[in-house]
Design a protein around this ligand. Structure first.
Ligand SMILES: [Fe+2]
Length: 295
């Protein structure tokens, strides 16, 4: 079907679903071991301490931006990043901002929440031994997050949950590969030597690994369901959020943020798009809006 090889280098290139049955490629022992250790990874919170502190303040209307800024200054890297984002094309105003408080005001509460999730997720998606995979995962996850939020808005659903679910939908790839590198002696030896086998294993388990992490991080059930069911939402009778993330991934594919080969189906004819009321006009508007969202 595809003329590209099944390796990590081809993550996001539309080669993810060639093994129909997980049991064909992953033994029950390997699955159990990887999911157990994914739970251990999930013991480290999704958001670092300062980010959690800021997130709590943003949810409290009695807390002003000056206090939030004070907290953000405790993490110099985060503070520098906030200034960079506030002065970027997406948020840039007539004059550049130079204080954290001004940056927070310019980005806004929702924008700051998304910034915190995005920077925290980038840390988790960084696969040290595979920098190219990490870069593609990050680029695609951010694009899918923005697309999912737009689709949720279009459908009258919660854009924040959609953004987070889109951002984390493929986190299982990063953590899966990280575990293969960390646990070579506990796993079948071919997973360390056969790149195709390693790819197929992570491919088959990435949604389960991601859902395990999502539960550890206390994500909402709909976000966990979206991570778990984003490849086949209808076949798996998944909820609305899984349909939204599925649609977001396919919209990104259709914009070239994904597969080598163009989607074989006209996107608007996909039953998932029809369920979400994404006809040709809505999809064209979505692509236009998305180009403005993306860095
Ligand atoms: Fe996926």
């Amino acid at each position: 079907m595809f003329n590209v090889s099944r390796t990590a280098a081809n993550y996001g290139n539309g080669v993810c679903d060639l093994f129909p049955d997980e049991e064909d490629v992953v033994s029950p022992e390997t699955r159990e071991l990887l999911l157990f250790h994914a739970g251990k990874v999930g013991e480290v919170p999704l958001l670092p301490t300062v980010a959690r502190e800021i997130m709590a303040m943003l949810g409290d209307p009695s807390v002003g931006m000056a206090r939030v800024a004070l907290s953000a200054r405790k993490d110099p890297a985060m503070a520098a990043n906030l200034l960079r984002v506030a002065n970027s094309a997406a948020f840039g105003g007539a004059a550049p901002v130079s204080s954290i408080r001004e940056a927070l005001v310019r980005i806004g509460i929702e924008g700051t929440k998304r910034f915190l999730y995005q920077t925290s997720t980038a840390r988790i998606l960084a696969v040290k031994a595979r920098p190219e995979l990490a870069a593609r995962l990050q680029e695609r996850s951010v694009a899918v997050a923005h697309a999912a939020a737009r689709i949720a808005q279009h459908h009258g659903s919660d854009p924040d949950t959609a953004f987070l679910a889109g951002l984390l939908h493929d986190v299982g790839w990063a953590v899966g590969y990280g575990l293969l590198a960390r646990l070579p002696s506990a796993l079948p030896p071919e997973l360390a030597t056969d790149e195709t086998r390693a790819f197929a294993t992570v491919d088959a388990l990435h949604t389960e690994i991601g859902a395990t992490l999502g539960r550890c991080w206390n994500l909402s059930p709909s976000a966990v369901d979206a991570i778990s069911g984003h490849h086949q939402p209808m076949e798996r009778h998944a909820g609305l959020m899984a349909h939204i993330v599925y649609a977001a991934t396919h919209v990104c594919d259709s914009m070239g943020i994904g597969p080598v080969e163009p989607p074989s189906l006209e996107l608007a004819d996909d039953p998932v798009m029809q369920r979400l009321r994404l006809d040709r006009t809505a999809l064209a508007q979505l692509r236009t809006a998305l180009k403005l969202d993306l860095p």
